[in-house]
Design a binder for this molecule. Sequence first.
Ligand SMILES: Nc1nc2c(ncn2[C@@H]2O[C@H](COP(=O)(O)OP(=O)(O)OP(=O)(O)O)[C@@H](O)[C@H]2O)c(=O)[nH]1
Ligand SMILES: [Mg+2]
Length: 250
Amino acid sequence: MSWREIERAMEETDVVLEVIDSRFPDITRSRKLEKMAEEKGKYLVIAMNKVDLVPRDVAERWIWKISKEFPVIPVSARRRLGTMRLRRALKKYSPAVVLIAGFPKVGKSSIINVLKGRHSASTSPVPRSPGYTKGFTKYKIEKGLYIIDSPGIIPPEGSGFEAVVRGAKADPVEMASSLISAASRISPGLLKRAYGAAEENPEEVLRTIAKRRGFIFRSTGELNLTEAARILLEDFYRGKISFFTAPEKY
Ligand SMILES: Nc1nc2c(ncn2[C@@H]2O[C@H](COP(=O)(O)OP(=O)(O)OP(=O)(O)O)[C@@H](O)[C@H]2O)c(=O)[nH]1
Ligand SMILES: [Mg+2]
């Protein structure tokens, strides 16, 4: 999505639900999105997702910090934590159309799935009303409450590890290398334990994953490091390997 498209979608909604990653709230918050919502007079609620991946005290410190600016609700779509609270918070604005926004991979679609409920009759999207920007899908959460989703709505900015956290789509080996460097700095030993790698450098970690999974090019017998990198990135997004940051001041 381009910012122009986000802006147009925002014009048709009442509430913006910004989804961020509890492990890296500062990196996954988009000030640009927040500013746009404020300028357009839309309510903004932050869902701090993947809270299952950080210790409780760290989550609480982030909430304390963020709540000075916006209402923030800790959520784990994976564990179905906080979703009742989130639903209640959104219902306050009902009848309303909510735009769910966030960088790719923060868990927007997972949250919608949980909000819709397992037994919801409306597992399929509501047909788009004319004028809706292409790529956006509208879901009915309950009577009077609709959420609009789109894949990877915010264009990821930044480079290196920041770009990885923001779900950028770049060369997998390069992204995995940034991730491995950051992991070994922030949480030394994590990757050795997770993958049984002898050393925590990109080459060694990716080679170990490729060997274990049998990612080998048939033609040459060489290890397929690109496939290994994809696995590592996926493991990071879903939290199979996980590390986090705490707010500096609290
Ligand atoms: N541990 C954990 N993983 C989660 C949680 N929510 C989502 N995920 C994982 O995060 C990854 C991305 O989830 P999606 O719901 O597809 O994220 P998205 O924001 O819709 O991603 P795009 O559509 O690509 O923008 C998946 O591997 C999910 O399983 C959560 O609460 N905890
Ligand atoms: Mg999605």
